[in-house]
Design a protein around this ligand. Structure first.
Ligand SMILES: NC(=O)c1ccc[n+]([C@@H]2O[C@H](COP(=O)([O-])OP(=O)(O)OC[C@H]3O[C@@H](n4cnc5c(N)ncnc54)[C@H](OP(=O)(O)O)[C@@H]3O)[C@@H](O)[C@H]2O)c1
Length: 252
């Protein structure tokens, strides 16, 4: 029997590209997001390539409803083998001085609460079966405090911490956990950015890196190399020096 994967944010960008790759690797995929027509057209394209795909309408900004929907779907399919919490919004172009609490909460609801509501309901079944894999799409922006990214960076740093803590619980019980930290990837999300995006990675290349890491059940996937090296190096500096350095390249 083929393995079953749930992918949120599958209607465009990284989620759509990864869904296609997972289907080509033999996964039956459940494609979730708000834009059903995009999901249905992706599902048709996957089926046209000989895969199996289902389009699911899901709004992860409603975490309680998401938890219930994912739990019900998990029961219906007999337990997902792979769950990829990819749905996300925002980026480093949102100065904190222009942010309201409502803006901040909206990003948290999707990037953090939405991801937790996607992952938590499938974990008991995976633990019971002693197998399964949960993946969260975080960001290199969650590793370094960037200007104009207090909401986005906080949501991704928190998601990564959640995944790291979950990994400590789950890996000894046979469930793999992968935390993905992309740099800039060309998708509809970054197409809106007006600022320079160093070491921008093309979508298919990013999807290939992530897919290969998922296949190997890597704990953390960080790319591209020059940006991850710069961020790791910057984080070794005293905080005031690092802040001065990142402020020289303000996105807005
Ligand atoms: N592109 C980058 O440079 C980059 C870098 C690091 C991390 N990431 C992360 O990668 C993930 C995918 O982003 P992307 O670049 O591929 O952007 P994208 O093309 O804009 O895709 C975002 C996806 O999230 C879905 N989504 C947004 N709000 C949602 C909601 N309330 N409920 C359900 N789905 C929702 C969107 O679907 P609907 O609109 O149809 O709901 C869409 O499918 C995000 O978590 C992002 O933070 C991206």
């Amino acid at each position: 029997m083929s393995k079953r994967a749930l992918i949120t944010g599958a209607s465009s960008g990284i989620g759509a590209a990864l869904s296609r790759r997972l289907a080509r690797r033999g996964y039956e995929v459940w494609l979730a997001a708000r834009r059903l027509p995009e999901l249905e057209s992706l599902a048709r394209a996957i089926e046209g390539e000989g895969g199996r795909a289902h389009a699911i309408s899901l709004d992860v900004s409603k975490p309680e409803a998401t938890e219930q929907a994912v739990a019900a779907l998990d029961r219906e399919v007999g337990g997902f083998d792979l769950v990829l919490a990819n749905a996300g919004v925002g980026g480093p172009a949102h100065p904190v001085a222009k942010q309201t609490f409502a803006d901040f909460r909206a990003v948290m609801e999707i990037n953090l609460m939405g991801a937790a509501a996607t992952i938590l309901p499938v974990i008991p079944g995976m633990v019971e079966r002693g197998s399964g894999h949960v993946v969260g799409i975080s960001s290199l922006a969650g590793e370094v405090p960037l200007p104009a990214a207090a909401d986005y960076g906080t949501s991704k740093a928190a998601l990564s911490f959640f995944l790291a803590s979950a990994a400590a619980d789950l890996i000894p019980r046979g469930v793999a956990v992968t935390d993905v930290h992309p740099g800039f990837v060309r998708t509809p999300l970054t197409d809106k950015n007006k600022f320079p995006m160093p070491f921008l990675v093309e979508l298919e290349q990013a999807a290939e890196i992530i897919d290969r890491g998922i296949e190997r059940k890597k704990r953390v996937i960080r790319f591209p190399l020059p940006l991850k090296a710069a961020i790791s190096g910057g984080n070794l500096l005293p905080a005031a020096w690092r802040d001065a350095l990142v402020n020289r390249n303000r996105p807005v």
